[in-house]
Design a protein around this ligand. Structure first.
Ligand SMILES: Nc1ncnc2c1ncn2[C@@H]1O[C@H](COP(=O)(O)OP(=O)(O)OP(=O)(O)O)[C@@H](O)[C@H]1O
Ligand SMILES: [Zn+2]
Length: 440
C-alpha cells in the first residue's frame, strides 16, 4: 500500500514537471508573439492599462501623466529574497515599465516562509527565474529582465547603468557598500531596506542632496557583530512591510512626488507595532565617495574592505588556529569511541529545541560573550572528570569560534585545556556525517 502510494506520488510529480516545462515554452512563445504584434506606445496608455491601473490613476498624486512616468521607468531590484519579492511584486503591480531582478541564488525550502513569490515547485530553480515567471503572469504589460549572477565590483556599473533607480534588497554589508558606491558614481537613487527578527529599517540614499550610506557609515562594522536572517531569524510579515515600503519610495521618486525618505531613517518595530522616523546626519562634507573631492572614484574590493563575504552562504569566520579546532568527522570518531568529553552547543534555546547532538549541553553564545554563564561552563568542564576535552558547536561554525576565543583564557586560568570548536557546525555534521540530521 505504502509503496504504491510512493510510486503514484512520484509519477504525478513527474507529470507535473513535464506539464510545467510545456507551459513555460508556451508562455515564452506567447511573449515573443505579443512583442512582435502589439506595439506598446510609451506615450499613451492602452485600454488594458487604463483599466488595470485605474484605481491608482484616479489618485491626484498619480494621474495619467504619473502612470506614463511609471511605464517609462526602469528599476533594478538587487536580491530576490525577503525584501526583493514584495518590492518587485508591488513595482510590477503598479506598472513600472522595466523591472530588473538580480540574484545569484536558487530557491530553498527555508525561503518560502517569507519570499512569497517563490513556491514549492520553484525550489531548486534560480530565484530570478522564479520571480520573473510570477511577475509576468501578474502583468504582461511590463518587461521583466533577469540577471542571474553575483553583483561584484567588476560588473556592477555596467549592470546598474541602464536603470533609473536601484532597490537594495540584499542581506550583506559588502554588497551594501558596493551598491552605494556604484549608485553614487552613476548618480542614481538607492532605496535601501533591511529586516531582521521583528524589526525593519528603510531609507533612500544618494537622492536630492541627501547622504549616502558611506556618509553615515564610513567604516564597516566588525564582522562578528553582524547577524543575518539565517542566524538571527526573521518573520515574513516584517520583510513584507519593508519590501512594500521600498516599492512605495521607488514609486514616489519616479513620480517626482514630495515626502521621499531621504535624509531620514524609518524604523519599524513589529513587536510594538511602532514606526519611528529619525532625522539622519546630512551629507558628509568629506565623504570618501559622494563629496566634492572624493578619494574613491572607482569601485574597490568590498569583501576585503568589510572583511566579510558578499554572500551569506559561506561567510565563515576564520578566527582560530588549527589546533583550536576539530572536524565533524574527528568529533564523530571520538564520540563513537565513547571518549569522555563535554559538548557545548552555543545556539539559542529555540534553535537547540529544533535539533541537537546527543549529550550536548546548551549554553547560548550571548550568555558566554556577556560572561553570564562562563564560570558555569568552566565548572562543567572541571566536573566532567578533570581534564576532559571540551568542544563547542553551533549551526554553521561561526559562533562556536567566538565562544572558543572568549572562553580560552578563563579555561587556562583555571588550569583547564581550552575548548575547541567543531568546524562548520551542525551544517557540516549533516553534510559529512549524518544526512538525516535536520538542516535549517
Ligand atoms: N552580491 C550579491 N549579488 C547577487 N545577489 C545577492 C548579493 N548579495 C545578496 N544577494 C541576494 O540577496 C537576497 C537576500 O535575501 P534574503 O536574505 O531574504 O535571502 P537568503 O539569503 O535566501 O536568506 P537566508 O539568509 O535565510 O538563507 C538573497 O537571495 C541573496 O542571494
Ligand atoms: Zn556620502
Amino acid at each position: 500500500m505504502e509503496v504504491d502510494g510512493e510510486a503514484q506520488i512520484s509519477e504525478l510529480e513527474g507529470d507535473i514537471r513535464t506539464l510545467r516545462k510545456q507551459l513555460k515554452a508556451k508562455v515564452q512563445q506567447l511573449k515573443t508573439l505579443k512583442k512582435h504584434f502589439q506595439k506598446n506606445c510609451i506615450n499613451k496608455l492602452n485600454n488594458n492599462e487604463i483599466a488595470r491601473y485605474s484605481r491608482q490613476i484616479i489618485l491626484s498624486e498619480i494621474g495619467v501623466q504619473g502612470q506614463l512616468k511609471l511605464k517609462r521607468a526602469s528599476v533594478l531590484v538587487v536580491g530576490a529574497g525577503g525584501l526583493g519579492c514584495p518590492s518587485a511584486l508591488y513595482l510590477a503591480g503598479a506598472g513600472i515599465g522595466r523591472i530588473g531582478i538580480l540574484d545569484y541564488d536558487e530557491v530553498e525550502l527555508t525561503n518560502l516562509h517569507r519570499q512569497l513569490l517563490h513556491t514549492e515547485s520553484s525550489v531548486g530553480l534560480t530565484k530570478v527565474e522564479s520571480v520573473q515567471s510570477y511577475l509576468e503572469e501578474l502583468n504582461s504589460q511590463i518587461e521583466v529582465v533577469t540577471h542571474h549572477l553575483q553583483l561584484t565590483s567588476d560588473n556592477a556599473l555596467q549592470i546598474l547603468q541602464p536603470y533609473d533607480i536601484v532597490v537594495d534588497a540584499t542581506d550583506n554589508v559588502a554588497t551594501r557598500y558596493l551598491l552605494n558606491d556604484a549608485c553614487v558614481l552613476l548618480k542614481k537613487p538607492l532605496v535601501s531596506g533591511s529586516a531582521l527578527q521583528l524589526e525593519g529599517q528603510l531609507t533612500v540614499y544618494n537622492f536630492n542632496g541627501g547622504p549616502c550610506y558611506r556618509c553615515l557609515f564610513p567604516n564597516p562594522p566588525p564582522p562578528e557583530t553582524v547577524t543575518n536572517c539565517g542566524d538571527g531569524g526573521v518573520l515574513g510579515a516584517i520583510t513584507g512591510v519593508i519590501g512594500a515600503l521600498q516599492a512605495l519610495e521607488t514609486i514616489k521618486i519616479i513620480l517626482g512626488n514630495t515626502g521621499v525618505l531621504s535624509g531620514r531613517l524609518l524604523l519599524f518595530d513589529g513587536q510594538q507595532s511602532t514606526f519611528r522616523n529619525l532625522k539622519l546626519r546630512p551629507k558628509k562634507a568629506d565623504c570618501a565617495v559622494c563629496s566634492d573631492q572624493p578619494s574613491l572614484t572607482k569601485l574597490i574590493d568590498y569583501e576585503q574592505f568589510c572583511s566579510m563575504k558578499a554572500t551569506d552562504k559561506d561567510s565563515h569566520l576564520n578566527l582560530l588556529a588549527p589546533h583550536e579546532r576539530i572536524t565533524v568527522q574527528e568529533y564523530r570518531n571520538l564520540a563513537e569511541s565513547n571518549v569522555p568529553h563535554l559538548l557545548i552547543d552555543v545556539r539559542g534555546a529555540n534553535q537547540f529545541e529544533i535539533c541537537q547532538l546527543p549529550t550536548s549541553v546548551n549554553v547560548p553564545i550571548d550568555d558566554i560573550l556577556k560572561n553570564r554563564r562562563t564560570t558555569e561552563v568552566a565548572q562543567l568542564a572541571a566536573q566532567s572528570g578533570g581534564n576532559v576535552p571540551v568542544f563547542v558547536v553551533c549551526r554553521r561554525g561561526n559562533d562556536s569560534q567566538l565562544a572558543v576565543r572568549h572562553l580560552a583564557e578563563l579555561f587556562r586560568e583555571k588550569g583547564l585545556e581550552p575548548p575547541r570548536d567543531i568546524v562548520g557546525g551542525l551544517h557540516a555534521w549533516t553534510r559529512n556525517v549524518d544526512p538525516e540530521f535536520p538542516i535549517y
